[in-house]
Design a protein around this ligand. Structure first.
Ligand code: CTP
Length: 397
């Protein structure tokens, strides 16, 4: 990507702060960034921050004598391989859809001969307004590419579609548009544990945990979609293996650990499985019968901790991620788990929220040594996609 360059138009919206992070990610990916900051955008981020991160000058005025002397605005609009508008406000979308050219940003959009990618960001009512719907349809018909918007809580206090896509998702869309590395995990190996384990009491009875396996399977699929070579070590579930993933089916925690160790070395390990903490000490090879002596005592012994074992292994993957399903004091428990298990991230979720266990949505928080980052409630597939992107980003560091 070293020879690629984007013209980044930063519009005026609260999401403009994310344009700074996007600039940082682009530079890290080796993409050149030439920023245009609209007058409204400059209300939210300073030209100095943008310029420092972009390592280039910031253009803002249409009729700037100095800028025109160095590079005319027509040339500026064509100086990049891709024009990115982030945030793309309702105003910028309307101008671009209708060919207005009253300022530098809209002029660049009208004058460019390069593909354009927009990351819309606006209030949900503005996004749903028929005028924006019309402009979106016009822009799509003109070949403009879009990433987002996401659905979620907005800075204005409302909820719905209109939040700008997160910088890693915009980066991925930019790299894809530049024809580059949309599969940043190519050549990387990942191990994902998923589903419950089943610990036999006798040939017909077992101890198990509640787990649909959906989140782990979605993560395995998302890592594979980014190019990783994924081994999914799965306890019993009703799910089909995601495409491109090698699934190893196991029942007990000990089998799960052995399958994970056999899949080493790996760059990433993600332990999503709901491993039974204990197993019956002795598994009888005969069915225990009811009898006059009443219910049989079952002595439990502790299972190996797969996450902790992988974290402490001398073949430790670079990034080890654990999950914590908690019903109370989520942050404290997650922080304690991070330390106890020796992993890099704990992805915490509050399973006391109705519909999380076995459901299709998940609201998570990523707990690292550096702090806690909370995500809004999202479909498990989207959580997986974003986590996979974050993991790819982590490996790039
Ligand atoms: N885990 C594991 N092996 C185990 C137990 C847990 O790999 N034997 C992993 C899970 O896959 C998850 C993380 O550890 O990523 C947290 O599991 P959890 O059962 O919530 O944590 P525990 O340490 O068992 O703590 P507690 O049961 O007290 O909440």
């Amino acid at each position: 990507m070293a020879d690629k360059r984007v013209l980044l138009i930063v519009g005026g919206g609260i999401a403009a702060y994310k344009a700074l992070e996007l600039t940082r990610l682009l530079r890290k990916a080796g993409v050149g960034v030439r920023p245009i900051l609209t007058a409204a955008g400059a209300q939210f981020v300073t030209p100095l921050s943008l310029s420092a991160l972009a390592e280039d000058k910031v253009y803002s005025e249409l009729f700037s004598l100095t800028d025109e002397a160095e590079m005319g605005h027509i040339e500026l609009s064509r100086s990049a391989d891709l024009v990115v508008v982030a945030p793309a406000t309702a105003d910028l979308m309307a101008k671009a859809a209708n060919g207005l050219a009253g300022d530098l940003a809209s002029t660049a959009l009208l004058a460019t001969d390069k593909p354009v990618l927009m990351a819309p960001a606006m209030n949900v009512r503005m996004w749903n307004h028929p005028a924006t719907r019309r402009n979106l349809a016009l822009l799509k018909a003109d070949g403009v590419l879009f990433v987002g918007p996401d659905e979620g809580a907005m800075a204005c206090g409302e909820y719905g579609p209109g939040r700008m896509a997160e910088p890693p998702a915009i980066l991925e869309a930019i790299l894809a548009a530049l024809g580059g590395d949309a599969r940043p995990l190519t050549g990387r190996r990942a191990i994902v544990t998923a589903g419950p384990t089943a610990e036999p009491i006798d040939p017909v009875r077992l101890i198990t945990n509640r787990s649909s396996g959906k989140q782990g399977y979605a993560i395995a699929g998302a890592l594979a979609a980014l190019g990783a070579d994924v081994t999914l070590v799965s306890g019993p579930t009703a799910l089909a293996a995601p495409s491109g993933v090698k699934r190893v089916e196991v029942e007990t925690a000990r089998q799960m650990l052995a399958a994970c160790e056999a899949a080493l070395p790996a760059d990433i390990a993600v332990c999503v499985a709901a491993v039974a903490d204990w197993r019956p000490e002795a598994e009888g090879d005969r069915k225990i019968k009811k009898g006059p002596e009443g219910p049989p005592p079952i002595r439990l012994v502790e299972n190996p901790d797969i996450l902790a074992t992988l974290s402490k292994s001398d073949r430790r993957p670079k990034l080890v991620v654990g999950f914590a399903a908690e019903t109370n004091d989520v942050d404290d428990h997650a922080r304690a788990k991070l330390a106890k298990k020796g992993c890099d991230w704990i992805v915490a979720n509050d399973v006391s929220i109705e519909g999380t266990m076995g459901g299709d949505d998940n609201a998570i928080a990523i707990v690292t040594a550096g702090g806690i980052e909370r995500w809004d409630r999202l479909p498990k597939g989207e959580v997986a996609r974003r986590l996979a992107e974050r993991m790819a980003e982590e490996l790039r560091k």
